[in-house]
Design a protein around this ligand. Sequence first.
Ligand SMILES: *[C@@H]1O[C@H](CO)[C@@H](O)[C@H](O)[C@H]1NC(C)=O
Ligand SMILES: *[C@@H]1O[C@H](CO)[C@@H](O)[C@H](O)[C@H]1NC(C)=O
Ligand SMILES: *[C@@H]1O[C@H](CO)[C@@H](O)[C@H](O)[C@H]1NC(C)=O
Ligand SMILES: *[C@@H]1O[C@H](CO)[C@@H](O)[C@H](O)[C@H]1NC(C)=O
Ligand SMILES: *[C@@H]1O[C@H](CO)[C@@H](O)[C@H](O)[C@H]1NC(C)=O
Ligand SMILES: *[C@@H]1O[C@H](CO)[C@@H](O)[C@H](O)[C@H]1NC(C)=O
Ligand SMILES: *[C@@H]1O[C@H](CO)[C@@H](O)[C@H](O)[C@H]1NC(C)=O
Ligand SMILES: *[C@@H]1O[C@H](CO)[C@@H](O)[C@H](O)[C@H]1NC(C)=O
Length: 608
Amino acid sequence: MICHALLLFFILVSVTVVGEGATVAFVPTDVFLINCGDNSATNDQNGRTWTPEEVKALPSNSDFASFTSDALYQDSGIAQVPYMKARIFRSNFTYSFLVSPGWKFLRLYFYPTRYGSGFDAASSFFLVNVNGITLLRNFSADLTAKASLPESKSLIKEFIVPVHQTLNLTFTPSRDSFAFVNGIEIVSMPDRFYSKGGFDEMITNVGSNGEFVIENSTALETVHRLNVGGRTVNDVDDSGMFRRWLSDDDLDNSGIIVNIPGVKINYTEKTPGYVAPEDVYATSRQMGNLQDPKLNLNFNLTFFLTVDAGFNYLVRLHFCETIPQVNNTNQRVFSIFVGYQMANRYVDVILMSGGPRNPMYLDFNVYVGFENGLRPDLRLDFHPMMDDGASYYETLLNGVEILKLNDSQGNLAGPNPNPQLPTDSTPNRVRPPKKKGNKSHLLTISLAVVGSAIVLAMFVVVIVFVMKRKKKRNDFSVHTTSKPSTNSSWGPLLHVTGSTNTRSATSLPSDLCRRFSISEIKSATNDFEEKLIVGVGGFGSVYKGRIDGGATIVAVKRLEITSNQGAKEFETELEMLSKLRHVHLVSLIGYCDDDNEMVLVYEYMPHG
Ligand SMILES: *[C@@H]1O[C@H](CO)[C@@H](O)[C@H](O)[C@H]1NC(C)=O
Ligand SMILES: *[C@@H]1O[C@H](CO)[C@@H](O)[C@H](O)[C@H]1NC(C)=O
Ligand SMILES: *[C@@H]1O[C@H](CO)[C@@H](O)[C@H](O)[C@H]1NC(C)=O
Ligand SMILES: *[C@@H]1O[C@H](CO)[C@@H](O)[C@H](O)[C@H]1NC(C)=O
Ligand SMILES: *[C@@H]1O[C@H](CO)[C@@H](O)[C@H](O)[C@H]1NC(C)=O
Ligand SMILES: *[C@@H]1O[C@H](CO)[C@@H](O)[C@H](O)[C@H]1NC(C)=O
Ligand SMILES: *[C@@H]1O[C@H](CO)[C@@H](O)[C@H](O)[C@H]1NC(C)=O
Ligand SMILES: *[C@@H]1O[C@H](CO)[C@@H](O)[C@H](O)[C@H]1NC(C)=O
């Protein structure tokens, strides 16, 4: 057996965790950040330093096992570090890392594109394992990236692996294929952070009455980590573990967003500051139905999260009461269902966490079977309680993490996604009943309250009905009113200040029509180079351009803002064209509406 071991010796720097516990971010003992294929240390765009592979014990024939190569293209949004360089493996290849004992985050970075050496990641399939656990099998980074939501040309696979002392990471190319990787990150975490249970130190086993125990030989993969109702939190803005919390805008979730800017989260001993950053606890989704909260009894707040069938999942739910009106027990009380099963009948966040603005998190284990296909949706439902006289018929969710556990054979790998099948078409998805009104309307509601004696500040709650995919942070319209409210009930405090369909772009058929960023358009047309103009029409010029790293030639129609075809018409044309495209009449590929530009991208027809 030819197993090439590339030993990396790193001096372990022990850092003492500074006291205080409650609000301090975690300081990891081990941090490895390796830009595979590079030969000098480089900083990434967030200022983190990536080091080259430190080759101290390279087998004499390692040149046969692997080589390094540079990506041929840099798609917009792809960071130079670590994505533009890769190590490509011809045969089995093992990295060994010396780490402190315990579970580690292992993050693998992939940019599936074409490389200078002639390697094309589209034809690459491989297996990855760590200390006997299979993380990925017959893995295609290309198919996985193509199916990613939000759309991305690169991808990061995050695992949580148990290690004694050596973390042996092996890449094994499939037959007639090469394997590759762009970056490797290893970060330690607080002791048994994902295995000892939530803040109550227990993992509820959904579907039985018992507790679930995660043995110390089990590895996990992060499948979803969402900042519900909030923005994407980047690695450097996490509480010390460099996790990414994605915004849930791209998912088809129910509920309204509640965001109380500047709210101070009161971390506690049971939920210390490293559990999740303030951004996660400060925003949430709730049910709404402000005019008639009783209606909520007829509904659930529902989330659909796509997973692989045949595995157990650790579901970690984060909660925090931030609305000033909810400041006592027995006000907002609700039940949690995971995978259609009752998971916790009685959740009162104030009661459990000890007070308003105190965060908390609960852990559940659920097995997802094959009844609904290979990649079903795991459904989470939150339903208001009615039988204990709670004051508000409401629920909430601030954050969610879904982690896949390896099966009894030590396997974590699922099938490759099929990019032709958008997850929206999952057959078992039963959509939650829509709220009153058209979801495509941007309904901005503001709630202004003079807070409690302690807070003394005026809170502004901006609540927005959002369409999936299409909300930018600066789309929030903040309306404030300084009128203190004397009402003790919640509903009347909410003032509807606008319900106009200000941006009908939110109703664009995003499944049919690709959205380009202005930088993609500029790089496609060489910043609208005049030489590339192939026609001038009534509403603007048409450029010949290239997208997808040069692979696709397109015609780019840049509508002149001064032309009488306003934004409204732009959207109408777009909607019409993409519907037509659907029946294969017109070759619209996508559009761009960044930066006040109105740009349409068509398939290029050389002869008109
Ligand atoms: C490579 O690894 C695979 C899976 O671990 C193993 O089956 C195979 O024998 C190895 N091949 C070589 C050439 O070492
Ligand atoms: C990792 O690889 C090294 C070198 O091949 C070996 O000595 C060690 O036992 C391996 N450790 C584990 C946990 O597999
Ligand atoms: C796992 O737990 C068992 C029993 O609790 C213990 O004996 C063993 O050393 C632990 N292994 C690791 C890797 O921590
Ligand atoms: C709790 O909220 C109510 C309004 O729902 C308010 O009247 C009361 O003063 C608040 N109590 C405290 C202690 O903040
Ligand atoms: C809420 O979700 C649970 C579990 O999925 C389901 O049994 C129940 O019927 C739902 N309730 C409503 C009102 O939709
Ligand atoms: C934070 O929570 C703790 C525990 O519930 C409580 O004793 C303390 O008063 C709270 N602090 C603030 C500033 O709300
Ligand atoms: C995960 O794999 C390890 C090693 O094969 C095994 O000991 C453990 O029981 C597995 N975990 C689960 C939850 O099956
Ligand atoms: C590997 O994945 C590809 C793409 O999903 C699939 O077509 C192929 O059948 C898989 N091969 C094996 C051996 O599972």
